[in-house]
Design a protein around this ligand. Structure first.
Ligand code: ADP
Ligand code: MG
Ligand code: MG
Length: 250
């Protein structure tokens, strides 16, 4: 059974159809890249998977481990192992990253009927993962994302992702605004989380990220549909020929 199975999905925003008959099948252990021009519906797709409100599902299905994902509340999806890393992480002044992570992680463990982490256990986990992501200790004592650079925000997202141990990670343009060094750190953090039990959907506009996170399958999305799927070589083809060849067919 696929971990995530999207069948003929149609999604509208304010009476406009944004996702127009999208199919996608993702198995555990696979890393899928979704590439496509701006406005093709990539972020909309990631928001719909995570359960962000404001979208009207007008047709189709999303199954997660065979269960109807669209019927679940966003926190239920997270508890079941769906994680979305945002293109634009939000700032939460007044709440330290440390406290935010602890509250979020313990809420999730509770929803999974797992025991809450004790404070020393939690600190140990955070320090291990933060260390591997080159996140300095003082950063996690500051307000969530407050005054963080683009690269720090993205590393913070990956820190969250590593702690939550999701089975499906959706990474929406995690590369945007990163310089090459920050991109390397973020990519190696993501690569460290690849496992046979876990699948990832890596959304990107650019091929550069896929040199660091090598996908098993590449999809080209245009105008709300997957226009073409292939191996990692498809990303190279796109760089040579651009997206316009796919737009004509839409
Ligand atoms: P991508 O991530 O591929 O750049 P998006 O999913 O962000 O594409 O957007 C797809 C289309 O949907 C765009 O034309 C965008 O303007 C439109 N859209 C997305 N969200 C909204 C919204 N909340 N209200 C109105 N239009 C939206
Ligand atoms: Mg966009
Ligand atoms: Mg987007």
């Amino acid at each position: 059974m696929a971990l995530l199975e999207i069948r003929d999905l149609h999604v509208g925003v304010e009476d406009r159809e944004i996702i127009r008959g999208l199919h996608l099948s993702v198995h555990a252990g696979e890393v899928h890249a979704i590439m496509g021009p701006n406005g093709s519906g990539k972020s909309t797709l990631s928001h719909v998977i995570a359960g962000k409100p404001g979208y009207e599902i007008t047709g189709g299905q999303i199954l997660f481990r065979g269960q109807n994902l669209l019927q679940m509340e966003p926190n239920e999806r997270a508890a079941k192992g769906v994680f979305l890393a945002f293109q634009y992480p939000v700032e939460i002044p007044g709440v330290t990253t440390m406290n935010f992570l602890r509250a979020a992680l313990n809420a999730q463990r509770k929803a999974r009927d797992q025991q809450e982490f004790s404070t020393p256990e939690f600190l140990k986990r955070v320090r291990e993962v933060a260390g591997s992501l080159n996140i300095p200790r003082d950063m996690i004592k500051r307000g969530v994302n407050v005054g963080f650079s683009g690269g720090e925000k993205k590393r913070n997202e990956i820190l969250q992702m590593a702690l939550f141990e999701p089975s499906l990670c959706v990474l929406d343009e995690i590369d945007s605004g990163l310089d090459i060094d920050a991109l390397r750190i973020v990519a190696s953090g993501i690569n460290a989380l690849r496992s046979p039990e876990r699948a990832m959907i890596v959304i990107t506009h650019y091929r550069r990220l896929l040199e660091h996170i090598v996908p098993d399958i590449v999809h080209v999305m245009s105008k709300g549909r997957v226009m073409k799927s292939g191996g990692k070589e498809l990303a190279l083809e796109l760089e040579a020929c651009g997206y316009s060849q796919f737009e004509d067919a839409a």
